[in-house]
Every structure is written in C-alpha cells, then in structure tokens.
Write a protein of this length. Sequence first.
Length: 264
Amino acid sequence: SSAASPGTGNESATALGTSRFYPSKRVLTESIPDASKLTKKITELNGMVNENQRLGDSELDHFEKIAKKTSEGSELSKDDMGLVTKLLTWDAEKIFPCIDLVRSINKAFPTFIPLSDKLRIAVTNSKKPSVPCARVSLRFMVDITAQHPQECQDKFVEIIAPLMDALNTTDKKFISVSLSKILFNMTCLDSDSVTARYIMDSIANLLEYMLRELEEKERQLPQFHLLSATGNLITHHPTLKNFVRKTLVQQLASAELDKTRITA
C-alpha cells in the first residue's frame, strides 16, 4: 500500500490545473515486509532451489544477520551484498522474497545499491512469468522512482516500455496501479518538454487500457494517480492542456465518466 498520497490526499480530479494542489511533490512508496516473515520465507524456499543456488548453514546464518541489520538500520558490507547477489539467482517462482530483501535494504540504505543495479533487478524480474516475482519487482520500481525521479526521467523509455508490455499479462489491476504510481512519481519533479510529452502519452495509453480492460471499481485508484500526474504535468507545461482536453477528457467521457473534468 502507499506510504504517501498525491497532494494533501483531499483533492479531486476537478482540481487539476489549479495551483492549490499542484505540482505535488509527495511521492508514492510501497510498504516493506516484516523482517521475520521475510527470513522465514527465504529459509523455507532455500530448501527447494537448485543445489548450486542453495544457501549452506553458514550462509543462512549470514542471511539472517543481514535481515536483522537491515531492520535495525545497521551498516551493510560488500560481503553482505555478495550473499544477496546469490539469492537473486533463484528462479522466477522463488525469487520474490529475495527481491523484497533488496527492497528492504534499499529502503534502509538508499545509496548502498547502485541505481543501475536496482533498475536491472526491477525491470528484468518484472517481465518474468511469475505473478509474485512481477509484483515485488513493480513495488521495487515504485520505490526507485520515488528515490530517483530525475534519473528515472532520464531513462524514461527504457523503464516504461517493458513495464507497459507487462500489461499483456493477466495481472491487469495490480500492474495498472503500480504503473500509475510510477508515472505519478516521475511527475513530482519538473522535466523537459520532450520527457513531459512522453509521460503524457504513457498516461493516455494506460488510461485507455484501464478504461477498456478494468471494471470501474478496479480503475478508481490508478485513475486518481494518473489524473494527479496530469495535474503535475500541466502545471509545469501548460501547453499540454490542449492535448489533455482532446485526449484524456474524451477518453473519460466515452466511458461515461464525464463528471471528471480538467479545468483550464
């Protein structure tokens, strides 16, 4: 679930384009699993992985110390990360708690793992044919865009394109919610006009997908995030208002959601 919400949390879609709520700089993040549950799950799955990937007794002890240090905010070492790297070789059906461990480390120590490694872990695993694996990877990407909005804007196409491709799977609602958070986070910081248009196009494409594929209840939360992201964009780039009127408003109206309007 989100640790923060756009703006004050009280704004409606009718407020888009006004200066009272936008631009919002309160990024969205994901909650981190309890360290004891994480330890239990990784220990349980360790007995099921291939022998060359399995942690030995001393490595299991080491892993438990890493989990404890992370939860306590104690500094990690290169040896600690070496063991985490081994966990990340697990197959798609079992790797999900290992990615959650990386998310926990990243939350406690945002600069410990290089951004390029974080993006590689999140993007690569989001495409794997395992719902738990894809879900934790998308949660990780939400956190990454919250921590590094500028860098993620710079890598917008290589980040968003594979995530949009993930919409072709059956986990439509979760992916839509995650993508809406990721796009929102990228608008919490001003961008150049080209990137702003890329983001706007992605918002329009995701909204079109949601209106077609999701039930009204399912799309309420991601739609709110997307409209909030739109508010951020048109505050920084007023020239996008015409695109918003012609595209987003028509999409919403065609789905009989014409009560939502974006003010000039």
